[in-house]
Design a protein around this ligand. Sequence first.
Ligand code: PLP
Length: 461
Amino acid sequence: MPYLTTEWGNPSSSYKFGAKLKGVIETAREQVADLIGASGREIIFTSCATESNNAAIQAALKASPANRHIITSAVEHSSVLNLCRELGGNHEWTQIHTNPDQQVGRVTPCAPSDGVAQTPGAQRSDAPYQITYLPVDRDGLLKLADLENAITDDTSVVSLMWANNETGVLFPVREIAEICRARGVLYHCDAVQAAGKMEMDVRKVQADYLSLTGHKFGAPKGVGALYVRRKAPFSPLIHGGHQERGLRGGTECVPLIVGLGKAAELARKHLPGYEKKVRPLRDALEESILRCPPSLEPPPLLPMNGARSIAPRVEPGGAMLRAPVRGFKARIWVRRILSPSLSSIPNGGEGVRRTGEEAGIANTELNGHPTQRLANTTNITFHGIESEALLILLDQAGVCASSGSACLADSDEPSHVVKAMKPDSTASRQMIWFSLDLANTAAEVNAALSAIERAVKMLRS
Ligand code: PLP
């Protein structure tokens, strides 16, 4: 707080009032470095992980201007995917070959409705960079062989995340780093979701660059960090003054940096108990939803066929309504018509099983590997229900969940992550994900579960 009120000097100034703040910035730098086993000199403060991701990838590209090939995955955050799309010449949608008869990882143009794994890809020969988007399997896992096969003499940088933000699925980052090192390409790791949720040590995972953001581990929003391994090439994305040893211009936001440092220190302190506390709560939520075998009383599935429709609903007068709605209109429709009566729906009923050990919600499906996942995340498809409708009802009940990255919440698009995992299914339009943290309680999980059951019942009836 003093850094927002009384200690408002500029750390770059020569007068004592400001200059003493240099010390608090350096303390925060050490705290962030400690969280990932780095040295303070390897940490650059940024405004967010989007900036860190952009800075790392662009720095890697500048280091080998002759090399024009980038490797990433189909399930990265938009801050990596959209940068790659830009670097690839704003290419159109393409498909990734996962069929072993074809060259895995090769990208070719296709229409968005082809019903195969789709993701932005680059094929134009005049594009500034060629991008390979590695596929994932149905569990969201990446095959190291795909990475090995995709690296060519032209590859400059590989950008593959530590943990997925929508599913929590973990990539084999240690092995990825080893492959990149052995093949002489730079490795950037978006480690945003893993930070504070599992042990991270850059002495074991030898990435060249690693991105972090504060708001994923308890710091204020608007501050992030980039780890740059000693001797890894780096040139600034933001040119300006001498701040951050000339590696990132702009007056430091001292209160946010101090907050980031403190949050990193606390995250490190709580790490040993994190899994023990959070995993049982996540598992309880997940298992309570999934326990119902899909063969029991499946609710009628709604034909989606790419159309953005919401569950049909019988009006009091008996007329069947189908909401021909999208995005914003869907929100209004659900809020006006469905929400006020949510609390009046009892638990159980069609689509919901509540029979002792068999309790669960019918026709639900986990998206993401059952075990190779962060302890706090669960991503579930509720078949026959539009993600948006469920989210709105849950929001009304005080349950915060998501159907994609928060950065794309205004977009109408289905989750690119689940789409890449299950291209042949409607799972990506009918899923939501929950993430828990140390502050959550069993009572909250129970309350969320009953809200989910009520909402599912309402939308399926
Ligand atoms: N990478 C991942 C995996 C994320 O989940 C996010 C944000 O949630 C980001 C990058 C972008 O972080 P920021 O919002 O700090 O730019």
